[in-house]
Structure formats: C-alpha cells, structure tokens
Design a protein around this ligand. Sequence first.
Ligand SMILES: N[C@@H](CCC(=O)N[C@@H](CS)C(=O)NCC(=O)O)C(=O)O
Length: 204
Amino acid sequence: MSKAILYSYRRCPYAMRARMALRIAGIDVEQIEISLRDKPQAMLDISPKGTVPVLQCPDGQVVDQSLDIMRWALLQHDPQQWLQHADDADQRALIQRNDTDFKYWLDRYKYAERYPEFSSLHYRRQAGIALLDVLEVRLARSSYLGGQDPCLSDVAIFPFVRQFAAVDANWFSTADFPALRRWLNGWLESDLFMSVMAKPVKPG
Ligand SMILES: N[C@@H](CCC(=O)N[C@@H](CS)C(=O)NCC(=O)O)C(=O)O
C-alpha cells in the first residue's frame, strides 16, 4: 500500500477536521466516502467501533480518532504551525469542552424534538454556556483561539460551531456572538475548508 486510506463522511465534523489537517500537511490520501448506514466491511475490520474518520497509514497503522489523525498528519508537516500551542493546557481544555459538553448540548439543540424535556432555547443557551461564551471572549481579543494565527483548536472546533450556527441561521446572523461569527465565516470561506468539502465527482 503506497497511499494512506481515509474513510470519511463529507458532513461529519470529526471527518472535516481530519481532512483539513491531512490537506494542510500535504498528505496524499485515497479518500473513501462511506454511508453511515452501510459501513464498508474493510473499515469495520480495521476499526470495529464504526465511526469515521478512520485512517489507514501506508505501514498498516490504523488511526481512528479524528484528533489523533490531525496530530499524525501535522507531525509530518505543519506549514502553519497549528501544533505550536496544541499542548498548552488551555488549548487542550477548549477542545475537550467542545468534544464533550458542547457536543452534548449541540446534539440536543439540533434535534430538540427528540429531547422534549427542555425547549430548543434552553439547549441553545446551554451550548453557549458550555463553550461559545468562552470562544466569543477569546475571539474578541484575538483573531484565532490560540492568538493571532490559526491553530489546532480552531480547526478542531469550528466544524461543530458551524453545525450550531446552521440550526437557526437567521437567529445566529444577529446573535450576540459577533467575534465568533467573524471567525466562523473566515473558516467557512477559506480555500482549505472549501477544498475538503468539494463533492466527489461522480464517474460518467
Ligand atoms: N471520537 C470520534 C467520533 C467520530 C464520530 O462520532 N463520527 C460520527 C459521524 S459525525 C460517526 O461515525 N458515527 C457513527 C454512526 O453514526 O454510525 C472521533 O473523534 O473521530
């Protein structure tokens, strides 16, 4: 095997961050777009937990957590130094909050009808408390989450904020998150993000 293989799902935020790191690192991967309802056996054979992304490296090593894929890629080539502050406690804590508390409330906000115990507004507020209020304060002070340059936490987190913004785009467009909006839009309009979101060309 000469190329790494990435099992991916276009709209998955974990897969997005992995694809962005692989892309900026210039790693040539064969990307396999899977269906979450019909996962390929070859993927389940190497990673039985059945989540994407999964990277199979040329030497056979399997990396099946998106953050590990990001680090694996950036350790080989990190042209914008995304890893520079990645081990700082505050940076790790931000990603941790994103992947745990924020993700928890985000899922409830996205699918509020499935969680009738509370209102959608309650879930939205909880998501804000879990992470977004902190991001807004930081981004009002600096362009990115680790300072004036993009870093690992920006890329690890923004695909989830993208989902949050899309639940009620009208509301988000005027919500009290001006710095967050500027930051999110910057990433959404970036060539890097657009390149990893390009739809696979269908043969024929
Ligand atoms: N901790 C994993 C989470 C990945 C994950 O949950 N991916 C979702 C898609 S966004 C998935 O594959 N879910 C399995 C399913 O829906 O069957 C990572 O960071 O890679």
